[in-house]
Structure formats: structure tokens, C-alpha cells
Write a protein that binds this ligand. Structure first.
Ligand code: AMP
Ligand code: MG
Length: 203
């Protein structure tokens, strides 16, 4: 696990790590997150291993833009309106995907249950740039071992993973970041907006 100051890492270096199936711990618009290519089954498996997370608990993803969401996920007019209202920002919307890279049972495991994926357009500039460069959604889940506190500093991240067998490849050191709750998660059921997890944005 390498610790690199955020302003010393280049987009090219970070993109290469993600393209090779690597996992980067980095600040997001909420907490420090573990970031990986959401369409790479090996990378997604590594996120589960690093988090020591139950493989049945699906991972949320981020996109660079609403356009990228549209490319990978299906949305109704109501869901598109919710995206217009909240994105970019810390509201994840549970959408269906029929994209071949997310097909259940086809080696991709962000959600082992069905074809729903919790997705948001991130407002974090670097994370946006990485998803845009990779041209795929990225897993972005809080950078903590399951049931441990959500991390808001690179020290928190290194402390949690430093002695573990499975570690992120790189930690982008941005020092302390603002303590923003993990994203609000919403799901449109019939036409009702159901809040699955309360977060920084009231929905
Ligand atoms: P974390 O990975 O700790 O940032 O938390 C993500 C949360 O999103 C977890 O509570 C997951 O159960 C939830 N989640 C992820 N994907 C889905 C989905 N497809 N449907 C419903 N909840 C989801
Ligand atoms: Mg979490």
C-alpha cells in the first residue's frame, strides 16, 4: 500500500492502476472511498476482500456524468428527473442495468442478487475525471473494513488497512476531509421515492 500526496499523482498513473484492476483509496465528496473499475470482476472481488465485506452486500458505483449513467443504466422519466435534481452529488439512485458488462451471472459482481445498481454522478472532480477516462462506472464504497468507522483522513485509512492481508494498492493522501455522511440512497418503487439510507441530502 503506497501513500501518495493527492497533488503528486497524475491522472495517467491513476487511470493505469484502475485499468489494470487495481484499487485506490481516495477522497470523494463524502468520505475516503475504495475506488475500482466496476466492470472488472477481479477488481470488484478485490474490493470485497479489502473491505472484508459479505459478498451478498452490493457495492455502489459512481459515474462521471448523467450521460455515462444513461449509457450503462436504464431509467424512467421520473428517475431521470431525480438525476437532474440531485446530480452531481451525494444521492445514489438504485437503477436497473441491462448493460452486458453488468449482467448478473456473467462474472461481474457489484450486485450478486439482481440487475439493480446503486449509482450516482459524483461531484468529486478527480473521481469524475477517472470515471470519464476509464469510460466505465467505478465502484466507490467507503474505505473501511466492514462495520468499522467511515474514514475521513488518510491516517484513518492506513490505520484500518495497514496490518491487513488485503490492502488498496494506493492511498491518495488528502489529509483530513470534511465529515460528510455516506450518500443518501433512494429507490423508486412504482412511483414512490423510498429512502433506503438517509445521508447528506434530504430526499
Ligand atoms: P458502502 O458500500 O458502505 O458505501 O454502502 C453502500 C450501501 O448501498 C450499502 O448499504 C448497500 O447495501 C447499498 N446498496 C448498494 N447497492 C444497492 C442496490 N443495488 N440496491 C439497494 N441497496 C444497495
Ligand atoms: Mg460504508
Amino acid at each position: 500500500m503506497r501513500l501518495v500526496p493527492v497533488d503528486e499523482a497524475t491522472i495517467e498513473e491513476l487511470t493505469t492502476i484502475l485499468r489494470d484492476g487495481g484499487v485506490i483509496a481516495m477522497p470523494t465528496e463524502t468520505a475516503y472511498g475504495l475506488v475500482a473499475d466496476a466492470t472488472n470482476a477481479r477488481a470488484v472481488d478485490r474490493v470485497y476482500a479489502i473491505k472484508q465485506r459479505d459478498a451478498s452486500n452490493p457495492l455502489p458505483v459512481v459515474c462521471a456524468s448523467r450521460h455515462q449513467v444513461h449509457d450503462f443504466f436504464d431509467s424512467t422519466a421520473q428517475e431521470m428527473a431525480l438525476g437532474m435534481l440531485h446530480w452531481p452529488g451525494a444521492v445514489s439512485l438504485v437503477l436497473q442495468t441491462s448493460h452486458e458488462l453488468f449482467r448478473v451471472g456473467d462474472g461481474v459482481t457489484v450486485n450478486p442478487h439482481d440487475t439493480s445498481v446503486a449509482v450516482r454522478v459524483t461531484s468529486h472532480r478527480l473521481l469524475q475525471q477517472l470515471a470519464a477516462q476509464l469510460e466505465v462506472p467505478l465502484v466507490a464504497t467507503s474505505a473501511n473494513i466492514s462495520n468499522q468507522p467511515t474514514p475521513y483522513s488518510s491516517v484513518d485509512v492506513v490505520t484500518q488497512f495497514g496490518t491487513q492481508q488485503h490492502q488498496p494498492d494506493l492511498v491518495l493522501d488528502s489529509g483530513n476531509i470534511d465529515r460528510v455522511l455516506p450518500s443518501t440512497i433512494i429507490h423508486v418503487q412504482d412511483t414512490e421515492v423510498v429512502v433506503l439510507r438517509r445521508g447528506p441530502v434530504e430526499c
